[in-house]
Write a protein that binds this ligand. Sequence first.
Ligand code: AHN
Ligand code: ZN
Length: 327
Amino acid sequence: MKILQISFLIFFLFSCNSKTEKPVETPVVNNTPQITVPEFIADSAYAFVKAQCDFGPRVPNSKAHIACGDYLIEKMQSWADTVIVQKGIVIAYDGTKLNFRNIISSFNPQAKTRILLFAHWDTRPWADKDINDKDKPILGADDGGSGVGVLMEIARQLKLNKIEIGVDIAFFDAEDWGKEGGGPESEDSYALGTQYWTKNLHVKDYTANYGILLDMVGAKNAQFRFEGLSYERAGSVVQNVWNTANSLGYSNYFIHQDGGWVTDDHVYVNNIGIPSIDIIHSDLSSRNGFPPHWHTHADNMDVIDANTLRAVGQTLLTVLFREKVSS
Ligand code: AHN
Ligand code: ZN
């Protein structure tokens, strides 16, 4: 009886074995399409930051501001499908009339799935955080120049490499003529160009799936942490961007940690229903949470590092090219 059982068992095992010895080749169906993400050329972005600084401080109502605006429009026209320039006057908290231009460039303007990337291109009229020459305008290599430089290189890459989704790149003006120190006067005193745009959209009924603001993304060893409103209103975008950065090896820049809350252009874009995040330099060792060069004359090309521009730019290009078109 036992022998019979064992021989059955052996037969059974053998028959199973013989089945697995020659497996039927079933073709592996790969539903994930191959995505190639273009390489972000950091030296190119660096040159775009320097080109802006070479105009001098880009303070509204100045010659350098006009000249740099013309340069940005010309460059974006050479890369994007459409460039719309919004021109007007906004009144600053101190009563100054600021001539502004918002420059909005689009790729695949007809596409339903859209991502909005934005940065401010004007620079602060004062160096109020400096100990010297407080009343002189800053160069704003990082605060203004860096975000625009990264987005220019992304625009250049989108011209060279077709993308399926729609991408809008907005350079907002008159961000940094704001009042420091709180109080009713400082409320809504920053981001005047963005505030204007949210009330006067460049395209009727414009919307985007989400938005990403770049603010001070060029300094050596910069760190980016979860900004409060970004996490509250667009937590999944924050996670996607930070996880993507980490997967590319940029975890020294993109830290999975809470930063502070910042009143910035993204506040107003969130207010019109486009969930938006702020990638902004966070410095835990400083009292205000910003890097030491912030609103000082040290914010010049010396603080800019191409490696930081690459970390941000390559992360964004990867996020864009992995985004799926919704039907
Ligand atoms: C305030 O200082 C209130 N918000 C920071 C916005 C800003 C200015 N980002 C760069 N410059
Ligand atoms: Zn600033």
